[in-house]
Ligand binder design. Structure first.
Ligand SMILES: Cc1ncc(COP(=O)(O)O)c(C=O)c1O
Length: 508
């Protein structure tokens, strides 16, 4: 009976079955039952002087943990795999880990991404960028589309392993209903579905960039595009930007030796400038002469509020030189992770071949649900609704900036969901952001968008996608006042002068 000497104490506050579990675990880990069955519930109950139900409960729990298993007609045995796992867990709990030197094996961390302040949802003035307004998400339509996606004839295709192929239905819907609005006529073999533009950029870098390749990126520009190219070994060279986007005329004929040129022509990221028609043509001409590939990141063309969206550069390209990136992150939600590439079939094939060994293909049900949203016209209805909403925010933002920003003209972008503000010289927007955060005003300092070193510190970016309409004016007023407070002591001899005198006068 030595077997059954479990330390069970009926007076303890710990339930009897738990005491039995602990006792059996210890005995199992000590190897007591390595070669034979555990006692039957009846014998153990008798030996311990407890009810059989109590022992049954303890055994049930041990079976749920996988520590013991029933072998038909032979009884209860210990699972040796579970014992190994449990011994390892107990060792870890007893002695703190002595980790190996991971830092020596890992690459340098990439630069810190543009800060996404998690406190935005509670802030009264969240001028943040890149966050969707949950109330704008078309929950009903998306639910319908998801249900439909699983109900259709092609279910086995939707839930099956598609290898490296995309959902042909989504590709068809994009070619027939989405791309024509951008002036792009595409054949299905020119389209690849991606997990957002970030995935597309990564794939492009992995097939087109070698160590030492040169990639030209707008400056200020999209930090993630720069980082992705650098991670693949590229040397990133900056291209200056003005109110008409990348200053193409500035570039030398060899484009600084760039094999790739990354641009955001619809709304330059982060300034919001729309690339002029003449620059688009000039970009294609120069890229042709230098034999460079153009990556056109068209992340939010629908958010054009003055005039019509400019036609995509890809639509003007007759050399298959432009790689067009589309994304549903701004239009629907970034959490869906859905985007696409339109490019030469040869490039699409090469990216697909890579993607097969990374994630095979984006989730089938998500692709089909999006196809369903397009086919049912729910997406078109959604576009009309969000555009009307964001247009209201955009106009209010234009008025507020006009009213409160008094230190020099701020170009008015044709659209986008954020306003780039150039502060007076001497402004430290990082310090400004920290100061305003205490008042519940969140904004995005401009420095991380620059590749130029030292990065200019006097720009800021006010995203208004999640700003309540009726707080925009007051929010911009607070930002402008804080800017003036910060720079005034540096610019003005203190007394007697009016506040706005030293600042360069009102915009237009
Ligand atoms: C310049 C730019 N391109 C593309 C995207 C979209 O990226 P994704 O489709 O990976 O969400 C964003 C979103 O923040 C962006 O700012």
């Amino acid at each position: 009976m030595a077997d059954f000497l479990l330390p069970v104490n009926p007076q303890s506050a710990v339930p009897l079955y738990e005491q039995i579990i602990t006792g059996l675990e210890d005995a199992i880990l000590a190897g007591q039952y390595d070669d034979g069955p555990l006692p039957s519930t009846r014998r153990l109950a008798e030996a311990l002087g407890v009810s059989r139900n109590t022992v049954l409960t303890a055994y049930d729990r041990l079976m749920e943990q996988g520590l013991i298993v029933t072998v038909p007609r032979r009884g209860l045995y210990v699972s040796s795999d579970a014992v190994v796992r449990m011994r390892a867990a107990r060792r870890t709990a007893r002695s703190p880990m002595q980790p190996i030197d991971w830092a020596a094996r890992l690459p340098e961390p990439p630069p810190t991404p543009v800060h996404r302040d998690p406190a935005w949802a509670r802030a009264p003035f969240p001028f943040v960028v890149g966050q969707p307004d949950p109330s704008m998400f078309p929950i009903g339509a998306w639910e319908r589309a998801q249900r439909e996606a699983l109900r259709q004839d092609g279910l086995s295709r939707v839930i099956g392993d598609a290898g490296q192929a995309d959902d042909p239905e989504l590709v068809r819907q994009l070619c027939e209903h989405v791309l024509p609005a951008r002036g792009i006529s595409a054949h299905p073999d020119q389209v690849m579905i991606t997990l957002g533009s970030t995935h597309a950029l990564h794939l492009l870098a992995s097939v087109l960039v070698r160590p030492g390749s040169v990639v030209l990126v707008e400056d200020p520009g999209y930090p993630d595009a720069r980082t992705i190219m650098q991670m693949a070994g590229a040397d990133v060279v900056p291209g200056r930007v003005d109110e008409d986007g990348l200053v193409v005329e500035d570039l030398p004929a060899d484009l600084h030796g760039a094999q790739l040129v990354y641009v955001t022509p619809s709304h330059q990221y982060p300034t919001g400038a729309t690339m002029s028609a003449s620059r688009r043509e000039e970009l294609l001409r120069r890229a042709g002469a230098a034999d460079a590939v153009v990556i056109e990141d068209d992340y939010d063309p629908e958010m054009t509020f003055r005039g019509m969206p400019a036609v995509a550069v890809r639509a003007l390209d007759d050399e298959d030189r432009v790689v067009y990136l589309g994304s549903f992150s701004k239009l629907l939600a970034p959490g869906l992770r859905l985007g696409y590439v339109v490019a030469s079939p040869a490039l699409v094939d090469a990216m697909r071949a890579r993607s097969r060994y990374v994630l095979r293909h984006p989730p089938g049900p998500m692709q089909r649900a999006l196809a369903q949203m397009v086919a049912s016209r729910d997406l078109a209805r959604h576009v009309r609704r969000v555009r009307a909403h964001y247009q209201g925010l955009y106009e209010e933002m234009v008025r507020a900036v006009e009213r409160h920003v008094r230190w020099g003209p701020q170009p008015v972008p044709r659209g986008g969901l954020a306003r780039w503000i150039t502060g007076p010289p001497g402004l430290d927007a990082g310090e400004l952001a920290r100061e305003l955060r205490r008042q519940g005003v969140l904004l995005d300092p401009g420095a991380p968008y620059w590749a130029t070193r030292p990065a200019p510190r006097h720009h800021l970016r006010l995203g208004y996608q999640v700003m309540p309409l009726d707080r925009i004016d007051e929010g911009v007023r607070r930002v402008a006042a804080a800017v003036e407070d910060q720079v005034r002591p540096r610019l003005v001899p203190p007394p007697t002068r009016k506040l706005d005198v030293p600042l360069r006068g009102r915009s237009s």
